[in-house]
Design a protein around this ligand. Structure first.
Ligand code: 3PG
Length: 214
């Protein structure tokens, strides 16, 4: 596993963030995540200004691992990297984007949910895959079934993960980390509920510890 994937795996839970007002919210959000014990963020390009959010979060908390999500084009890869993103996440598997990141030496985690995706990812030399959208694509049962022929991968599921099912996912040995927006919902961010975000992060860390010590 590369160094970035290892750091993500060590942290264990990745907040998936959409920021509509990065100038207002990026800095306090970064602080809340770090104080809550989750110094990592997948900042999605679903909102204009994602690159700005990445830059502001990385500047506010230099110890934080800030990456870009919902990356759909190589132009967005460039934009994310210029802003300081340390990893790239794509919702689906696009070999062009994967190769582009590999040429640049940047960690890339494409969304994969089928044996065909996994096979293509294997040929591309990937080791860690996003499994998205996790719950809607068959959840843990499908992740386990795919790990039989593809035991070489570590998996980062996102989509439908919450405090309710986090422990179940994290207890599965093929899963290296889980992603989710439950601790950074639009409501929490728009209403600047930083303490609540911090609390949800701390609850996630407690679940992570319980799953890993079991
Ligand atoms: C993602 O892009 O990874 C997902 O939108 C996160 O899914 P969630 O909002 O269901 O946590």
């Amino acid at each position: 596993m590369n160094q970035i994937a290892q750091r993500i795996s060590d942290i264990g839970v990745v907040p998936v963030i959409k920021l509509n007002h990065p100038e207002r919210d990026a800095a306090p959000l970064a602080k809340a995540l770090c104080e809550g014990g989750l110094p990592v963020a997948e900042v999605t390009f679903r909102a204009a200004g994602a690159a700005n959010a990445i830059r502001l979060m990385a500047e506010t908390c230099p110890e934080m691992l800030v990456g870009a999500g919902t990356v759909l084009t190589t132009a967005q890869v460039d934009e994310a990297l210029a802003a300081g993103a340390k990893f790239i996440v794509t919702p689906g598997l696009d070999p062009e984007i994967v190769r582009y990141c590999q040429e640049k030496g940047v960690a890339v985690f494409p969304g994969c949910t089928t044996a065909t995706d996994y096979h293509t990812a294997y040929k591309l030399g990937l080791e860690v895959l996003k499994f998205f959208p996790a719950e809607q694509s068959g959840g843990l049962a499908k992740i386990k079934a795919l790990s039989a022929p593809f035991a070489m991968f570590k998996i980062m599921p996102t989509g439908g993960i919450s405090l309710k099912n986090l422990e179940e996912y994290l207890s599965c040995p093929v899963i290296c980390a889980c992603g989710g927006s439950y601790m950074v919902t639009a409501d929490l961010i728009d209403n600047q509920k930083w303490d609540e975000i911090k609390d949800l992060c701390q609850k996630s860390v407690a679940i992570l510890k319980a799953a890993r010590n079991a």
